[in-house]
Design a protein around this ligand. Structure first.
Ligand code: ZN
Length: 104
């Protein structure tokens, strides 16, 4: 698949932070990128501005496309990292850790 090929080439998850994400302090992970991250609930190391943080994927039941189409959303919940709406983020995987950068 093209999407998994892209992952191998770039090894970075890129996204622009939405108002919801900034307000709720999380990074939304689109479905086809979920296997780039550890399984939901598993703590992993996230590094941002040379500091280490613990992070985990949170799996959330959702009905945003109607009650007849239940599905899951995946968030990386951020504790001590504050992102702003419109921030471009790049998450790069290096062995067992993930590096988070904000790019303009
Ligand atoms: Zn939804």
């Amino acid at each position: 698949m093209l999407q998994s090929l892209m992952k191998q080439i770039t090894s970075s998850y890129r996204r622009r932070i939405s108002a919801d994400e900034a307000k709720g302090n999380f990074i939304f992970v689109v479905k086809h990128w979920i296997d780039f991250f550890p399984e939901a609930g598993k703590i992993f190391r996230l590094e941002f501005e040379n500091k280490r943080h613990d992070a985990a994927i949170k799996s959330i039941d959702c009905r945003c496309v109607g009650p007849e189409r239940p599905h899951r959303h995946f968030h990386i919940k951020l504790k001590d990292i504050k992102l702003n709406k419109g921030d471009g983020i790049v998450l790069t995987k290096q062995k067992d850790r993930y590096l988070l950068r904000v790019v303009k």
